[in-house]
Design a protein around this ligand. Structure first.
Ligand code: NG1
Length: 449
């Protein structure tokens, strides 16, 4: 086991051994002796480019060593059975069909259901092949799993792990874009109108690198991506505020609706516009006059702009159109500047951009909260920190900071102590170990004891 763990976790492999051994034992306890396939899919931290992906903009995430581990054994029939090492996630099973009934809102089975339904539909349209399922066990508990509701994409890691297993057992070897499409559709099944960033990085992560991703698909469905090396003398420090956000709420979808409203309104003056991405080269002062501060879907419909199906949005929902669009417009520019700064080794500029991105997320997109503000202020005031920002969807979750390697320990201690003293919440602080993307780690056959 040690050799594949070393490949996946480098110097931290030995720490993972007890987790893997316990998971294998739990799997055998649940499903009996026999072969086991070990799949993993990582969480991610987004360095910069927040709420740009569903506007066809730019993002720059990094895959974490915190991950979802899925142990699985193929079945002959179309059943998927899943259990979890954490008892609060109850076991479930369902049959793979083209229409799979969704479970209660927020139930952990919905991610696997979404994946299975989408793959079944794709197969029905393509080869007509009937899918077979698997028996599986998920191990994603702290401290090795992706923290939940922390803006580090735990749900996408689970989605990608389930998709990777299902694809493997059914001999489906899609190009990256198709795998990502399947997984992001699965999150739409759950009810969030998010983008493709989380699944791309979960699939395409590369050790010691960030992924630059242009979220606009080309005509052939391909995406522009490249891996950008992270500065060696610096670490990405992640601090979890302990405030949970749940990504199935209407707050997220309201932002999506405001962005769609903006691109709809900009279509008249700038006819090429289908997404906010299309106005990236136009100065803000030329865009702004066409964007009202507030508008409702009902008001938009009256001028012929339909927002499409967005769960939780009614004709009366107030949408802050101007400020939301300003964030997306300026954030896309910052991501491009950040790539240039990283290529040039200009960490000072990268740090400044993180700070500016945070201000925009707080003031224009309004996705911060008091606890996140405290963390950003504490980090920014610490020697050795070049910049810090809220990462992920928002309303809590984590802050990411660019920190000199030598300062990591002192900054971690200082922030931990001060944050706990000020809020009564013990934050978890860890340095990101930029990791590889999802895959099959190993196949243990039944004879291996
Ligand atoms: P998290 O932080 O995992 O909830 C969500 C969306 C991303 C992206 C970010 C904001 C999903 C699955 N994830 O991520 O696509 O829009 O918010 O940048 O919808």
């Amino acid at each position: 086991m040690e050799s594949f763990l070393r490949q996946a976790y480098g110097g931290k492999a030995s720490q993972q051994l007890p987790r893997y051994t316990a998971a294998v034992e739990a799997f055998r306890g649940q499903y009996g002796a026999g072969e086991i396939f070990l799949f993993r899919a990582p969480g991610r931290v987004n360095l910069i480019g927040e709420h740009t992906d569903y506007n066809h903009g730019y993002v720059m995430p990094v895959a974490l060593d915190k991950d979802v581990l899925l142990l699985a054994r193929p079945r002959q029939d179309n059943l998927i059975r899943l259990c979890n090492v954490e008892p609060k996630y109850q076991p479930f099973s369902f049959e793979i069909e083209e229409e799979i009934p969704i479970s209660a809102r927020g139930h952990w089975s919905n991610y696997a259901r979404g994946v299975a339904q989408n793959l079944a539909q794709r197969m029905a349209n393509g080869s007509g092949k009937r899918l077979t399922g698997f028996d599986g066990l998920v191990s994603a508990a702290a401290p090795f799993g992706v923290p939940r509701g922390a803006g580090l994409s735990s749900s996408s890691a689970l989605t990608v792990a389930a998709a990777t297993a299902l694809a493997h057992f059914n001999g489906w070897q899609p190009p990256v874009e198709e795998m990502v499409g399947l997984c992001s559709d699965a999150e739409w099944y759950v009810g969030t109108r998010g983008g493709v960033m989380d699944h791309f990085i979960a699939v395409m992560g590369k050790r010691d690198h960030a992924l630059f991703l242009d979220c606009r698909p080309g005509q052939d469905g391909s995406y522009l991506t490249h891996h950008e090396p992270l500065p060696r003398a610096y670490s990405l420090l992640i601090v979890d505020s302990g405030v949970k956000h749940r990504n199935v709420g209407n707050d997220f979808n309201r932002r999506v609706a405001a962005c769609r409203a903006g691109s709809g309104l900009l279509r008249a003056p700038f006819p090429q516009t289908t997404r906010l991405r299309d106005v990236e080269d136009i100065p803000w002062h030329e865009i702004e006059p066409y964007l009202p501060e507030e508008m409702t879907p009902g008001g938009l419909a009256a001028v012929g702009i339909e927002l499409g199906d967005i769960p939780g949005i009614t004709p009366e929902t107030t949408l802050q159109v101007r400020s939301r669009c300003r964030h997306v417009w300026s954030e896309n520019r910052r991501v491009q500047e950040a790539v240039k700064a990283m290529t040039a080794g200009d960490v000072g500029t990268l740090g400044r951009l993180l700070g500016e991105a945070h201000a925009s997320a707080r003031d224009d997109y309004e996705i911060s909260c008091p606890e996140i503000e405290r963390l950003v202020a504490l980090l920014t005031a610490s020697p050795g920190v070049l910049g810090a920002r809220l990462t992920g969807a928002g309303w809590g979750g984590c802050v990411v900071a660019l920190v000199e390697n030598e300062a990591v320990e002192a900054v971690s201690r200082r922030v931990q102590e001060a944050y706990e003293a000020q809020t009564g919440i013990q934050p978890s602080v860890f340095a990101c170990l930029p990791s590889d993307g999802a895959g099959l780690l190993a196949h243990i056959n039944g004879r291996d004891g």
